[in-house]
Ligand binder design. Structure first.
Ligand code: ZN
Length: 147
């Protein structure tokens, strides 16, 4: 189990240092800014949605390793998901990091962030990109804040 934890930690550090899909999406159909004032994490999420399918996802921003790794893993996980599937993924992820029951096989590699549930202060870091994603999909006005 501790080997697995080490592996998870390595993946988080890797994604935190070298986030995937870290760019502006020039052909995005929606984008949203998110802010976590508690930690100082901020990001802009870009999504390209076609016929209810998230065909591309990217983000730009700065923050702690957890927030960047979570955004990186999320953008990878969202591609080719329908909007409904994206929202289901949010639910499962949110349940996982807040210590509630979740369907492990629904989460894929997002499972590496499950240790966050032991650190309540970091939950907002891990969920920032996700709240921003939901807001982008619902095309809400104004920016997202975890506070
Ligand atoms: Zn943070």
């Amino acid at each position: 189990m501790s080997d697995l934890q080490d592996l998870y930690q390595e993946l988080i550090i890797d994604h935190g240092r070298q986030p995937r899909n870290f760019k502006k999406l020039s052909n995005a159909t929606t984008h949203k800014e998110g802010l976590n004032p508690l930690c100082g994490d901020r990001l802009t999420l870009f999504l390209r949605v076609e016929n209810e399918v998230i065909v591309d996802a990217s983000f730009e921003g700065a923050g702690c390793a957890i927030s960047m790794a979570s955004a990186s893993l999320m953008t990878e996980s969202l591609k080719h998901k329908t909007i409904a599937e994206g929202k289901q993924l949010f639910e499962a992820f949110h349940h996982m990091v807040t210590g509630h029951a979740y369907r492990e096989n629904a989460l894929g590699k997002l499972i590496v962030l499950k240790g966050v549930c032991d650190y309540p202060m970091r939950v907002k870091c891990a969920t920032l990109a996700w709240h921003t994603m939901i807001a982008a999909l619902e095309n809400e006005t104004g920016n997202v804040s975890t506070e």
